[in-house]
Structure formats: structure tokens, C-alpha cells
Design a protein around this ligand. Structure first.
Ligand SMILES: Cc1cc2nc3c(=O)[nH]c(=O)nc-3n(C[C@H](O)[C@H](O)[C@H](O)COP(=O)(O)OP(=O)(O)OC[C@H]3O[C@@H](n4cnc5c(N)ncnc54)[C@H](O)[C@@H]3O)c2cc1C
Length: 457
């Protein structure tokens, strides 16, 4: 009876994706999620009348797996991409007063698509701009999958290519901190090369930015749930898995706090520490490696003003502890003329445990420096969301710690943004892992299903 049954543990993007793919191939699928909602690390919650995301999420046009996921759940129109990459970058430390620069692409082919924007980028000297161009061309020649790159750090490589501290701050870290959740000195060269090569140097539109125009929960919980139901997946929320055991008949027994399930296939799509706790003996040659994968925090600072203070949908800041600022007014359901801004603060080790009062004293004056219109505005609400283990830490050497989708035990598979997808901890990585684990399971069961990412890969 359990031969046709697959259990997916964890209802983040990796688990939801795996469940959809397994069900699509005709398996009977049960998805077990410990929380009362799907979406894992990318979710929403209510705060009074507002619907708030736990953290601003963006994706790029080159995130083909996440875009496939959006399409699969019917969410593409709700998380649109910019027509063309356009990032306003505001430097408030400029001696002559705040100065705005833009990182934009043109319609020209790679790498010329960024050349004219870089040539005019005011936050770097002429020599620095030329130097960035040279380093970008050198980066293009790197192979991100080369294991030798995994052990090196990005900052040392940038230094070798003559990048000044200012070029690192105003360009490489501006993008790198937001995508890798670490500064260049804390990032594996392999992962950094992956991000910059794929995003900026692969295709003309690869780095165009997309983000949800609705709460994340609408996409990753409501729409995902609808598609799981339609695919026949039995989703159990508030169902924490406490143990996974191999039965004598070779099938799997999955224990939850309220019962037991039998299955021929199990996809474990939980964070690495939880996976380590649940993996049965012998499933990985060296399971303790999972515990060596570090984590990195992201803080979001949420400010609701009584009026509009920002005209753009988002911008990035230089010369300020503020990193990226997004207008979440419409997405949150705020309709009374106020404006709701979310500050996305990656690699937030210094701030993550600070009390709200300290963060308020730190960030409100910074917003006044960046956005003069806030000076006369009333702050109607100020709160923070803290994700202490938002991503795995992309430190040099992390690549050799990330396991593949297959374990050493038949029928048991791993998924999660932290598995060996080659991507940093992103929604893209999560979806890739879910598809990868499901298709590894289907291949072992002798079932054929077209891999939806094959064309995109
Ligand atoms: C604040 C923040 C900002 C981010 N910004 C971006 C961004 O801009 N772009 C981007 O691409 N990515 C971003 N990320 C990363 C992205 O959200 C994650 O990489 C991705 O969502 C991870 O998905 P996952 O399915 O691998 O894991 P998770 O989302 O961690 O899902 C694992 C699930 O397993 C469940 N679980 C755990 N233990 C058990 C158990 N014993 N039994 C049952 N269920 C269990 C958990 O409750 C969880 O729902 C951000 C993350 C955060 C936190």
C-alpha cells in the first residue's frame, strides 16, 4: 500500500515543489509541515490591518526555477519583473550632499548592456569604473563549479583584481550582501562567481529584478495550497515530524507528534540542522558536516509613515547602515494615504539581537538623511522582523558541506536551499532542490516525468 506513497517533510518552497512534482508523476503524496502555514522562510503575517512579509524577497529574471514555480502556482502576474534592470543607488555620505546613481542595463548584448551605466556610475571614480569592468571580464572566465573556487574568499579575489574598498562597498558588496547574505570577505568565491556571472554576465536581462506585489503568503501559502490540493497532495499543517525510520520491508515509517505514516519515498525538505536530527543512521557518510554549515541572519525594519515619503518602488543606500528600502504600501493593503517602507538588512549580525528601541534610534534618523520627506512625517508604526537563520552562511568551503539530493539509503532524499544546487540560499535554490529531489526519487522508482527545469537549466 505504501509503495505508491511519498511523504514530503517540510512545506517551504523546496517541499512544496517536491510534492507537486511527485504528485504530478502519479504518486500519492502527503506533505507534512510543522507550522500552521506553507512557505517556510518566505511568509506573511497579519499586524492589525496590514499584511506583513517576514522579509522582503526579490528574485532575478535568471531565476528560472523560481519563475517556473510562480507559473506553476499561477502567481507570475502577482510578482512581476522590472522591464529592465534599474536600481537607484543613493549615497548620503557624498561630501556635496546626497547623490543618486543608477545601475541600469541597456538593450545591448552582454557585457555591453551594463557598460554605459557603469561608465556613468557616479559613486566610483573613473579609474574604479574601468577597474570594475576589468574584474567583471575576469569573473566571466571563472567556473563557479570549480571546487578550488569554493575554498577561496571573494574579497581576496577582488583585491587581486585591483578593486578598491570603495568599489567593493559601492558595487560588489551592494549586490553581493543582498544576494549572498554576506560581505565579500565572508563569501565563497565560487558562490559569488555564480551570482555575478549568472546575474550580470550571462544574458542581457538576467538581473532584471522581480518581487511580490502581494503578500508572500498569497503566493507561497494560499496559491501553493490550491495547486497542491488540485494535484491531490494531502497537506497536513501543524504536523511536526519527530522521526524517520527504515522498516524491515525496506519502506519508511515517518512519525509525527500525532501519528505514523508509511511510505516508499521520503523527501526531507527541512533546514540542515533539522535534517541532521531526523536523518537515520547511515543515510549520509558524514552527517555531521550538515552541522558545520553556518547560518546568517536577515533583519527587516518596518516603518509606516502617515504620508508618502518615497516615490520609487525601492532603492539601495550607500554611506548609511540602511541597505535596501522597499515600498510595501500596496502589497500590505495600506490604503489610507500613509506609506509603509521595509528596510531589508542582510548579513545583519550586528543588529539582529538589538532591542527595537535601539533599532528605532538607529534607523529613523538614517531614513531622515536618505528621504527628506520623512522629516515632517509622523511615524505611525515601527517594528522589526528577525530571521536569525535566514540563509546558510556562504562562507568559503561551504560547497563541500552541501549534500546532494540522494542519500545513501534508497528511498530517502534531501531538499532545501542549503543542498548542493550551486546557488546561494535563495528561493531559486529551494525550488531547484525540490525538483531535483523529486526527480531523483522518480528515477529510482522507474517513473518518467519531464523535468520542468531541463530546458531552463
Ligand atoms: C528575511 C529573509 C529574506 C530573504 N530574502 C530572499 C530574497 O530576496 N530572495 C531569495 O531568493 N531568497 C531570499 N531568502 C531566502 C529564501 O527565503 C529561502 O532560501 C527559501 O525560502 C528556503 O526554502 P526551503 O524550502 O529550502 O526551506 P524553509 O523555507 O526553511 O522550509 C523548511 C520547512 O520545514 C519545516 N520544518 C522544519 N522542521 C520540520 C519538522 N520536523 N517537521 C515538519 N516540518 C518541519 C519548517 O517549518 C519550514 O516550513 C530570504 C530569507 C529570509 C528569511
Amino acid at each position: 500500500m505504501s509503495a505508491n506513497h511519498a511523504v514530503v517533510v517540510g512545506g517551504g518552497l523546496a517541499g512544496v515543489t517536491a510534492a507537486l512534482e511527485l504528485a504530478g508523476a502519479g504518486l500519492r503524496v502527503t506533505l507534512l509541515e510543522s507550522r500552521p502555514r506553507l512557505g517556510g522562510l518566505a511568509f506573511s503575517f497579519k499586524r492589525g490591518d496590514l499584511t506583513v512579509d517576514n522579509g522582503q524577497h526579490v528574485y532575478l529574471r535568471c531565476c528560472t526555477a523560481y519563475r517556473w514555480f510562480l507559473d506553476r502556482v499561477g502567481g507570475t502576474a502577482l510578482a512581476p519583473l522590472q522591464e529592465r534592470l534599474d536600481v537607484p543607488v543613493l549615497d548620503v555620505a557624498h561630501p556635496g550632499g546626497p547623490r543618486l546613481g543608477r545601475l541600469r542595463r541597456s538593450a545591448l548584448p552582454v557585457p555591453l548592456h551594463l557598460a554605459s551605466s557603469l561608465a556613468r556610475y557616479p559613486h566610483l571614480s573613473l579609474a574604479e569604473r574601468a577597474g570594475v569592468g576589468r574584474a567583471a571580464l575576469a569573473l566571466r572566465r571563472l567556473d563557479p563549479t570549480d571546487p578550488a573556487l569554493d575554498g577561496l574568499d571573494f574579497a581576496t579575489w577582488l583585491g587581486r583584481y585591483g578593486q578598491s574598498p570603495r568599489a567593493i562597498e559601492a558595487l560588489w558588496d551592494l549586490v553581493g550582501i543582498a544576494t549572498l547574505n554576506a560581505t565579500a570577505d565572508q563569501s565563497s568565491l565560487g558562490l559569488a562567481a555564480m551570482v555575478f556571472k549568472t546575474g550580470l554576465l550571462s544574458e542581457n536581462g538576467a538581473a532584471d529584478i522581480g518581487w511580490a506585489a502581494v503578500p508572500l503568503g498569497d503566493l507561497h501559502d494560499t496559491l501553493a495550497r490550491k495547486e497542491l490540493d488540485a494535484a491531490g497532495v494531502r497537506t497536513q499543517l501543524r504536523a511536526r515530524v519527530t522521526g524517520i525510520f527504515r522498516s524491515q520491508d525496506g519502506n519508511w515509517r515517518v512519525d509525527t507528534e500525532t501519528g505514523t505514516l508509511d511510505a516508499a519515498t521520503v523527501v526531507l525538505a527541512v533546514p540542515q540542522r533539522e535534517a541532521h536530527g531526523l536523518l537515520p543512521a547511515g543515510a549520509l557518510a558524514d552527517p555531521d558536516k550538515l552541522l558545520d554549515i553556518g547560518t546568517a541572519p536577515i533583519l527587516n525594519v518596518h516603518v509606516v509613515y502617515d504620508r508618502k515619503v518615497l516615490r520609487r518602488p525601492f532603492f539601495a543606500a550607500l554611506g548609511s547602515p540602511v541597505q535596501w528600502v522597499f515600498d510595501r504600501t500596496d502589497a500590505s493593503g495600506l490604503t489610507d494615504g500613509g506609506q509603509y517602507l521595509a528596510l531589508s538588512q542582510s548579513a545583519a549580525q550586528d543588529d539582529i539581537d538589538e532591542p527595537v528601541s535601539v533599532l528605532r534610534t538607529k534607523y529613523l534618523p538614517e531614513l531622515e538623511r536618505l528621504l527628506p520627506a520623512t522629516r515632517g512625517a509622523k511615524v505611525r508604526d515601527f517594528f522589526v522582523t528577525r530571521e536569525r537563520t535566514a540563509t546558510f552562511a556562504p562562507t568559503p568551503g561551504v560547497g563541500r558541506l552541501r549534500p546532494g539530493f540522494r542519500t545513501d539509503t534508497p528511498g530517502l532524499y534531501l531538499a532545501g536551499a542549503w543542498t548542493a544546487t550551486g546557488w546561494p540560499a535563495t528561493m531559486e535554490s529551494a525550488v531547484r532542490s525540490g525538483v531535483g529531489a523529486a526527480h531523483a526519487a522518480l528515477a529510482a522508482l522507474g517513473r518518467h516525468r519531464e523535468n520542468p527545469l531541463q530546458e531552463a537549466a
